[in-house]
Design a protein around this ligand. Structure first.
Ligand code: HEC
Length: 441
């Protein structure tokens, strides 16, 4: 028997070696995807169709939605036409993005064995390049400032800065504990008051809120939450139950799993993030694969590209026209500490985010075997998820059960509501469901 301290350090050493050297190929059972069925679903543009709008007189289905009727009872097969209608402007989209498509076909394949769920996604991007540039900073000769942004931003709409924002694939999961998720899916988590939604409160209002603000989560904006976290029937953003009640609700497993594959902030290190939705959209305990590469008060970068590894210390504005290689700054791979005295020139560009697979820790780092590849206008993302991560802020998937999934894709340099979403989809682990994960056992 080893002394405990020695045993622990042995485990840590082994874990570090595994993390540092875990090329995806070593850990991935080879799956013959060609032999597995492909399901196609249509994601559509929801605009501002919030939980509150769905229950309002403006929505003809409101009464039945209030009684728990599923969206697809009335809207089955309408995704494409609804998306087309909403994206072009009108009541649900006061600020349309010119030329944006209204829907997106997502091909999904699923399999499982006794340890993992295997998912493979395929979709066509609207842009003729992958969205892998995000939170970039440009040097103007004197200081660094963020540059580029989502298509919804004014300076991008007006053509002063380029559209730069990462492509994302979000997966939301309920194991039956979140009331009505099986019928109404993602819409339970989308509310007035959130960023880019009607009734958005000011930063000061959010900061003075006891749960969301300075005395609580320390946030400046409202993000996803589920109705059970609120005290009133309309699930208003500010009517949050006391923190200790939310903790009890979480203890009972009443939350949504939310994982996001991010083309700029997680894919370069073969990861996705891992979070959950209850009173807010939060990351799981631990350390994400991404962090800021800049002190946001002084706007002084923390890292730059390592010239010895990359051949140069930064990108330039010209690189943005094409797709720079590398586009992401990875601490353990291509980065070195920022040198303020290096010969910085106007138009130099650095990523405002720092990635690290090695630094990612805990439950926030459960998704370590993800690979996204963009080719010929398509993303193909393969995703391995342990059925049971062993962490209490995750949903454990059991063979033989079905779960409700919601899928969302942020395509072509957008964020917040400007995404495509699915109606709820049931996924069976081994049997049942709209999509059945095929057993490989
Ligand atoms: C009882 C039937 C019914 C149910 C259930 C229902 N709706 Fe509707 N919904 C309608 C009708 C009718 C319209 C108006 C006709 C239309 O625009 O398709 C509508 C319109 C909409 C629109 C606007 C479409 C557009 O083209 O502008 C959205 C978005 C929408 N519903 C979303 C949902 C969602 C999300 C759910 C589930 C939470 C849902 N609906 C549940 C009947 C229903």
């Amino acid at each position: 028997m080893f002394p405990t301290s020695l045993r622990n350090s042995t485990v840590i050493v082994i874990a570090t070696i595994w993390l540092a050297s875990s090329a995806l190929a070593d850990t991935t059972p080879s799956i013959d995807w060609k032999s597995l069925p492909v399901e196609e679903i249509t994601l559509f543009y929801p605009g501002q169709s919030s939980f509150q709008w769905l229950h309002s007189p403006e929505h003809p289905g409101a009464r039945k939605v209030g009684r728990g009727t599923g969206c697809t009872r009335c809207h089955n097969g309408d995704e494409q036409s609804m998306g087309k209608d909403i994206v072009s402007g009108g009541q649900l989209e006061p600020n349309p993005i010119e030329g944006k498509k209204g829907s997106l076909r997502l091909a999904i394949q699923a399999a499982h064995d006794e340890e993992n769920l295997y998912l493979r996604f395929n979709w066509r991007t609207q842009a003729d390049r992958p969205g892998i540039m995000h939170n970039y900073m440009r040097y103007d000769g004197q200081a660094w400032a963020f540059y580029g942004g989502p298509r919804s931003a004014k300076r991008v709409r007006q053509g002063q800065e380029p559209p730069l924002y990462e492509d994302r694939l979000a997966v939301m999961i309920d194991d039956g504990d979140v009331q009505r998720f099986a019928e109404q899916g993602c819409w339970l988590s989308c509310h007035n008051g959130m960023r880019d939604m009607p009734g958005e409160p000011t930063t000061e209002t959010v900061r003075s809120h006891p749960y969301l603000g300075d005395g609580g989560l320390g946030r400046k904006d409202v993000r996803k939450y589920i109705p059970v976290s609120r005290t009133d029937a309309s699930a208003s953003w500010d009517k949050v139950k006391p923190a200790e009640v939310l903790a009890q609700i979480k203890e009972r497993g009443m939350f949504l799993e939310l994982m996001q594959w991010r083309a700029a902030r997680s894919n370069p290190v073969d990861m996705a993030d891992d979070g959950y939705v209850l009173g807010y959209r939060l990351f799981d305990e631990g350390q994400n694969p991404f962090s800021w590469n800049v002190d946001r008060d002084s706007m002084i970068p923390k890292y730059m590209f390592d010239p010895e590894k990359v051949g140069r210390k930064s990108l330039t504005i010209a690189d943005i026209e094409s797709v720079p290689k590398p586009a992401a700054l990875i601490r353990e791979e291509n980065a070195t500490l920022y040198d303020p005295d290096a010969d910085w020139r106007e138009g130099d560009v650095l990523p405002g985010r720092l990635l690290s697979r090695v630094d990612a820790r805990g439950s926030a780092a459960d998704n370590t075997r993800i690979r996204g590849k963009w080719e010929d206008g398509n993303w193909v993302v393969t995703w391995i998820r342990p059925l049971d991560t062993g962490n209490s802020d995750d949903i454990a998937l059991e063979r033989g059960n079905t779960y409700t999934f919601g899928f969302a894709i942020h395509d072509d340099n957008v964020t917040t509501r400007f995404h495509f979403v699915s109606f709820p989809v049931s996924v069976g682990i081994g049997r049942g469901g709209d999509i059945t994960a095929v057993s490989l056992e």
